[in-house]
Ligand binder design. Structure first.
Ligand SMILES: Nc1ncnc2c1ncn2[C@@H]1O[C@H](COP(=O)(O)OP(=O)(O)OP(=O)(O)O)[C@@H](O)[C@H]1O
Ligand SMILES: [Mg+2]
Length: 387
């Protein structure tokens, strides 16, 4: 009775595995020969059971992977560690390729002896393509935002360049007619200084404009804020003062530096646009330990805030400001993508963003970013508390 019950279960289980169509589920012997085959394997790889049972599983690999010894490597790894995972191109019977997510696990007899391997393969070609497309769209969006910011910055920089050229041309003219060698030396010194400053400015612009894939790394907040400040140059009207206040011993953060610079520019440009006439924009950065106060985050963070003395955000507008393409600015003035970049960046970096605002008084946007763990000598893995 017991044995027929377990036979029944085994049969049902066999039926279940056989009929799964989304996953190729089959067994390999210890040398890597196919021992069983299910409907999913037939659907994904194109072979029926008769054609494939007894064959070595290397027939599913590309010639290049076979030449590199990948099938043997995977098998060895699974047998020596109890399992292995892989992601890569695999061959169908008709020679076409699909992108596979593969899991290999050893199967043991009740006495513990390894009797074979269970192999589960998923065809994730579409998922991979969608992810690649999304990355591409993100990169394009990031690049077009950068170009827009660049446009705003170069306008101001043209002014700075003109100032430098005035110094260079004026000093060169004076040096040409000077009979006093010491004076000529001084004038040449001015020319060199102004030329070097101009070259630094171009370098800053170029490194900002250059396309870079999103990449997290250790970022020194104070250096990044300072370089943003010098990048801003004349992009702010004279009536708007920019103040920077950085706490001492700021922790480093773990983010994409180029993206963080975009965040700062987006927040500062928003602050600038909110100020009619005279006003102040203050950029502050401080270390803070969170315990669920901000979006349920806990751990060590650096808070960078951009505060302005502008018109504030209307309570009806406030719930929508982070929506992509939401803007209250006139056509051609705003795309409505600035704050969605800020929000997306903060979330992707395992941080958050908060806003406080008062009509007629101003707005403060604070971005909380996780510290670079080694920077404070402990591992404050950000946790999401609450639901
Ligand atoms: N500091 C601020 N003060 C007042 N309103 C703000 C401030 N920051 C954002 N807003 C409001 O939020 C809206 C959305 O901002 P967001 O940066 O996403 O887009 P935008 O500035 O309109 O356009 P873009 O940044 O793409 O040029 C703005 O149109 C504005 O109404
Ligand atoms: Mg904006």
């Amino acid at each position: 009775m017991v044995s027929s019950d377990s036979d029944l279960h085994a049969n049902r289980f066999e039926q279940l595995v056989q009929t799964v169509a989304d996953y190729a589920i089959y067994m390999l012997d210890l040398e890597g020969h196919v021992m069983s085959w299910n409907a999913g394997a037939q659907r994904i790889k194109g072979y029926c059971a008769d054609e494939v049972i007894g064959k070595h599983f290397s027939i599913f690999f590309t010639p290049q992977d076979c030449a590199d010894g990948k099938p043997a490597w995977l098998l060895d790894r699974a047998l020596s560690t109890g399992g292995a995972q892989d992601e890569g191109w695999r061959l169908r019977k008709d020679g076409s390729l699909f992108w596979a997510l593969v899991v290999l696990d050893v199967i043991r007899a009740p006495d513990g002896k390894v009797v074979g391997l269970a192999k589960i393969t998923r065809d994730i070609t579409e998922r991979r393509e969608a992810a690649l497309q999304l990355d591409e769209v993100r990169a394009q969006l990031c690049q077009s935002q950068k170009l827009e910011a660049l446009g705003q910055l170069t306008g101001g920089m043209a002014h700075d360049f003109n100032n430098l050229l005035t110094i260079i041309i004026g000093s060169a003219r004076l040096a040409l007619v000077s009979r006093d060698p010491q004076r000529t030396q001084r004038l040449l010194g001015h020319i060199l200084d102004a030329g070097e400053r101009g070259s630094q400015m171009t370098q800053q612009l170029l490194s900002f404009a250059r396309y870079k894939a999103l990449k997290s790394g250790r970022v020194k907040v104070s250096a990044l804020i300072e370089s943003t400040r010098s990048l801003l140059g004349q992009a702010l009207p004279n009536a708007v003062a920019l103040q920077v206040k950085l706490a001492e011993d700021l922790w480093d953060v773990e983010v994409d530096a180029g993206q963080l610079q975009m965040v700062l520019l987006n927040l500062i440009f928003n602050a600038r646009d909110a100020i009619d006439g005279e006003g102040v924009i203050s950029v502050h950065a401080r270390n803070c330990e969170l315990d669920g106060q901000q979006d349920g985050l806990a751990g060590c963070f650096v808070c960078i805030s951009v505060r302005d003395t502008g018109r504030g955000i209307d309570s009806q507008v406030l719930p929508r400001i982070f929506e992509p393409f939401f803007t209250t600015k006139s056509l051609g003035k705003g795309t409505g993508l600035g704050l969605s970049q800020v929000y997306g960046f903060a979330k992707q970096s395992n941080g958050t963003v908060s806003v406080s605002t008062e009509a007629g008084k101003g707005t403060c946007m604070s971005v909380y970013l996780p510290v670079y763990c080694a920077a404070i000598g402990l591992a404050p893995t950000p946790e999401y508390g609450g639901a």
